[in-house]
Design a protein around this ligand. Structure first.
Ligand SMILES: Nc1ncnc2c1ncn2[C@@H]1O[C@H](COP(=O)(O)OP(=O)(O)O)[C@@H](O)[C@H]1O
Ligand SMILES: [Mg+2]
Length: 417
C-alpha cells in the first residue's frame, strides 16, 4: 500500500513531500522540480539538497526532527489534538501545517496566492481572548485557519494592520503572533514584554513586542520576522530553529537531555551564518542577558536562523524572552542551556567566563567586556522598560520580582569574579 503523502510548498513551487513510515517517522523527499529550480534552498542545515537518499538513517532522522519541530508542544499540542480530533504528528501536520514558522506551507493542494483575512469585532476578540482559542470558530463559509507554531504557550496568528486585528483564512500568511495570557504563569504577557524591552534597551536585537489589554484580558502581539511586504503582498521568508538545524528531537532542546549547549550554538553560527562575527557577538549577548534577567528557558528552539531572500542566513532577532526565575513555587530555575558549565545561576564560578570564551574560541577579555557591559547597564535598561510600560498601562507588581532576580544574578556573577 502506498504512503499517504503531504505536499510541501514554497510559494507555488513544490519543494517535496512528506510521508509517515512504518514506525511513525516523518520522511521528506525533495521534488525533482525543486532540485532544479532557481529558487531552491535546503530546508535545514541538517537536510542538505541532493546528497542523500531518504532511506539513509541520519537523513530520515533529520527530516522527522525538522517536521515535528514545526508542531506545537506539550499542553498546547494536546489541546489542539483534542480540539481538532486528530492525533499523531503526521495527522497534525496535515490538519494545521498551512502556515508555519518560515516559508513552507504544507497542504495537499497548491496554496492560493489570493490571501483572505477575516475582520473580527470586539465581541469576537473577547471570545478569542476568553477561550484562548487556537483556531477561531471559522468564518461564515466555515473556513478555518491552518497554522502551526512550536512552543507550549497558547497562541494564534493574526494579520495586524494599523490597530486592526484580522484573522488569516485557510493558509493565508500572518504578520504577528498573538500570545495569550496563561493560567499557569500569571502576568506572562507583561513579563515577556518587559524582558524583551529590556534587551532592546541594551541594543540586543529582539522581536517587536506590543503589550495589549482588552477588557479583562492582556496579551502580546509579536511581529513576525519571517514575513515581509513585497509588492503590497506578504512574502514568507524561510527560517529554521536550532533544534532543526542540529537535528534534535523534542526535549533534546534542553542541554540536560541532549548534552548540546552553547558551544554547539556557536559552532552552528560559525558554520551556517553568512555574518559570523556579528552573529557570534549577538549570541554571546543573548546568553549573558538570559543569565542576568533569569530566563532559564533559553533552549535550542528559542534561537533561529532567518533566510534573507531565502539564501543569506543569519540569526533571527531574539524571541520568547521570559524572566522565568521571577516565578516562585514549583518552577524549575535550572538553566536550559548551561552558562559556562553552571546549570544554575548560583553555580557560576571564576571558571565560567573562561569556559564560555573557550566555547567561542574567543579571548576571555572579549567575553568579559560583553558580560560587564550588560551587567552594568541591565538595571537602567530594565527601569526604562518599566517606565515605558507604566506610562501606558497599569502598574504591574510582578516587575518587583524581576528586579530582585536581576540583583540576585548580579550578586552571583560578582561573587564569581
Ligand atoms: N517574531 C517571530 N517571528 C517569526 N517566528 C517566530 C517569532 N517568534 C516566535 N517564532 C516562532 O514561533 C515559535 C513559538 O514562539 P515562542 O514565542 O517561542 O512560543 P512559546 O512561548 O510557546 O515557546 C518559535 O519557536 C519560533 O519558531
Ligand atoms: Mg519558545
Amino acid at each position: 500500500m502506498g504512503h499517504d503523502k503531504l505536499n510541501v510548498w514554497y510559494e507555488d513551487c513544490l519543494v517535496g513531500s512528506v510521508y509517515e513510515n512504518e514506525v511513525q517517522k516523518l520522511i521528506f523527499e525533495y521534488s525533482p522540480e525543486w532540485l532544479t529550480s532557481v529558487r531552491k534552498f535546503s530546508l535545514s542545515h541538517s537536510m542538505p539538497l541532493n546528497t542523500y537518499t531518504p532511506e539513509e538513517k541520519e537523513y530520515a532522522l533529520a527530516s522527522h526532527n525538522f517536521f515535528t519541530n514545526l508542531l506545537p508542544e506539550g499542553h498546547s499540542k494536546a489541546r489542539i489534538e483534542k480540539e481538532l480530533k486528530v492525533s499523531g504528528d503526521f495527522q497534525l501536520l496535515k490538519a494545521i501545517g498551512g502556515e508555519c514558522a518560515g516559508a513552507l506551507s504544507i497542504s495537499e493542494k497548491k496554496p492560493s496566492s489570493c490571501y483572505e483575512y477575516e475582520e473580527i469585532d470586539n465581541d469576537d476578540l473577547d471570545e478569542l481572548l476568553n477561550t484562548r482559542s487556537l483556531y477561531f470558530k471559522g468564518d461564515k463559509k466555515g473556513r478555518k485557519q491552518r497554522f502551526s507554531l512550536a512552543g507550549a504557550q497558547d497562541k494564534t496568528v493574526v494579520y495586524y494592520q494599523g490597530d486592526k486585528i484580522l484573522l488569516p483564512v485557510d493558509d493565508a500568511p500572518s504578520t504577528h503572533i498573538l500570545k495569550y495570557k496563561s493560567h499557569q504563569f500569571r502576568n506572562l504577557p507583561a513579563l515577556e514584554t518587559i524582558a524583551t524591552w529590556t534587551a532592546k534597551n541594551l541594543d540586543i536585537p529582539v522581536v517587536d513586542v506590543q503589550y495589549m489589554e482588552h477588557d479583562n484580558n492582556d496579551f502580546i502581539l509579536v511581529e513576525r520576522y519571517d514575513r515581509v511586504f513585497s509588492d503590497h503582498k506578504i512574502k514568507r521568508l524561510h527560517q529554521e530553529d536550532f533544534s532543526q538545524a542540529l537535528s534534535l528531537f523534542g526535549d533534546n532542546k534542553y542541554e540536560q537531555y541532549s548534552g548540546k549547549g552553547f558551544k554547539d550554538c556557536i559552532q552552528l553560527v560559525q558554520t551556517v551564518s553568512d555574518n559570523v562575527r556579528q552573529d557570534m557577538k549577538k549570541l554571546i549577548q543573548w546568553h549573558v542577558f538570559n543569565f542576568f534577567i533569569g530566563n532559564s528557558d533559553a533552549h535550542m528552539k528559542n534561537l533561529s536562523f532567518i533566510y534573507h531572500d531565502n539564501s543569506q542566513r543569519s540569526l533571527a532577532p531574539f524571541y520568547d524572552l521570559v524572566p522565568v526565575q521571577a516565578y516562585q513555587g514549583d518552577i524549575d530555575h535550572s538553566l536550559s542551556m548551561y552558562f559556562g558549565g553552571a546549570a544554575h545561576p548560583y553555580e557560576i564560578n571564576p571558571e565560567s567566563l573562561e569556559i564560555i570564551s573557550k566555547e567561542c574560541k574567543a579571548r576571555p577579555a572579549y567575553i568579559v567586556t560583553i558580560a560587564e557591559q550588560i551587567k552594568n547597564n541591565i538595571m537602567d535598561a530594565f527601569i526604562k522598560a518599566v517606565d515605558e510600560f507604566e506610562d501606558n498601562h497599569s502598574v504591574c507588581f510582578c516587575f518587583d520580582r524581576v528586579e530582585r532576580v536581576i540583583k540576585k544574578n548580579i550578586e552571583h556573577y560578582n561573587k564569581s569574579l
